[in-house]
Design a protein around this ligand. Sequence first.
Ligand code: SF4
Length: 689
Amino acid sequence: MENIQTIDSVCTYCGVGCDIAANVDIKENKITKIFAHPDGVVSQGKLCIKGKYGHDFVESPNRLRAPRIKKSFLEKNPSIKNAIGSKLKDFDDTWYECDLDTATTAASIKLKEIQEQYGRKAVCSIGGARTSCENSYFFQKFTRHTLNSPHVDNCARVCHSPSLKGMRTTIGEGAATNPYNDIYNAEFMIVIGSNTTEAHPIIANRILDVAREHDNLAVFDVREIKLHRFAKYKAIMPHEANLLVLNMLAYVVIDEELYDESFIAERTKGFAEFKDKILNDPYANPDYFKEIAGYEDMAKTIRKVAREYALKNSMIFWGLGITEHLDGSYAVMAITHLALMTGNIGKSGTGLMPLRGQNNVQGACDMGMLPYYDPDYQEPKEVGLMTPQLVDEMIEGRVKAVLNIGEDLTHIHPNINKVDKAIKNLEFVMVQELFMTDIASKADIVVGVKSAYEKTGVYVNAMRRLHLSQPLVQSDLPDDWEVLKQLDNKMGGSASYTSSKDIWEEVQRVAYRRFSGADYHRLEKHRKRGLQWPVHTEDTPILHQLDFRTEDGYGRFHYKQYELRGMVEEITKKTLSGYHLTTGRTLAHYNNAAQTKQTDSLLERYPEDILLVCEDDAADFTSDKVILKTEYGETNPLTVKLTDKVKPKTLFVTFHHADSRINALFGDKCDELILTAAFKSVKVEVINC
Ligand code: SF4
């Protein structure tokens, strides 16, 4: 096996950011096997099935190789066709193929035309978080400086933006406070709104190890999940009750005087007002659950959980089950209140752990791929619009072009019928992608780019750990920054980077408050342990040890009273009717499954989005397949599976397959502060097929 070389890198899927090792046939330029790095601090010897088997995408025949330009686009833009016509090769009825120079020339002509005619803000950039920090940084810089448009956003808009908002408001930093291995030092753990074994399996391994040994886990979710089996306190809550439950936990801590007075006095401001509000909130007493038929036990459970949480070194984990709600940001604030009141922050075995979604979603935000932050969370000169606002601007005709790196807007965003309409209304869409995803198929120019396993770059995982990824195989495709550099230069910019390292050196200067000491050499040296930002002479495994990262160093309370709505309201008022749907992920796929469905074993394991229905509701489901419908749109027929894991009147479905059209069900209802879609609860009509 002399051709086989083992190369270290980082998994390209979820925010856990497992350290992987790959056997690579150097002669064939092919990954033959991926396994957990033997010294992996994150993976600890195990990968989930996505990390282990989900690498076939790299050499998939479906990869986008040469850039493509849509024929209909050139018919509408004859001057562009005249400028590049000789470089075009017929590909099929829809597309021409061309080289990168031709694609970026066409794009730059169109972008200039649009900005001259409609103004600089008629162009926006929306990125996914699958690409590296270097690419994210350059994408926002190109947009803000060369295109001079403030409109740049990333896929955190549909996942953890409320975590950033809620945590920055209360403790000044929107990131996990502790390393994963602190789980082993926790005396008590709460998991709320996270199906961790499916979505973040390698973190779930640690939680399960500790829970099995110490019986110290509380799990809150709207359906029964695997973690519940190992939980001391197993709570299945009605939809839209997160803030209710979290405020109740705080109420018990206050009512029973379980809070840490000296921590509150030394490290926080605003507690007296918070205490007063919570004690006078009609919904904060857990006894309220006694009125919610079917969920009466919650009152007792909440009291017990609050006591253990307050009196022990405790951690809280959450996922999109918290953030993708109307009150997502407030629920995150309510989580931080618990830590602030009890001193469960700033030391080992405690802390706040938002389980970030994509492999570099933390990094994409750190790099300023957000409309309201420059890199390093500095204030931008001009605040841009968030994705849902941009979609409205597209429909209104004020935004005319979108540049997109790996973000399947017409699949994973809400209200996809509306997004489709918005995209159709544009004069120009350019997508940098690995595959012909749904949004790529609707674009005017699509450029195939290197995957994470073919390039060098920094990724920041869900515990702020920087990992310098190196290519496992060679590819002659451009990296995202190489496409952007051509575009930048043709649009009048002066980017002169010759490698991702050049970009990272600039990141270290611009985003010095977090990354000044994290050069490639040092990241390479610390590849095994990784470095957690802020990285200066030392790195920072635990945040907030001496003070919070707010302006004055104090933690803040921002009480928000729960507003009765949704399923809780219906049960309270005895009007429960119809079905409440929640959505989520499955272990075999990641988001739009662009990469995972290229691996046969993963696709076979989960070839379609399945609708889970409570066995008690079987009589309403007379067909094997049903269509779900709301006022915003309907799904394609979905296969029904009866289960005892969801409560009556509750449905669950994944959204990985574009042809299911799950996100057509969601309208514009979103977190009121940060516009993250309320994907976790929608009332649906069921139509038997
Ligand atoms: Fe990859 Fe996440 Fe699985 Fe780890 S847990 S192997 S990072 S998908």
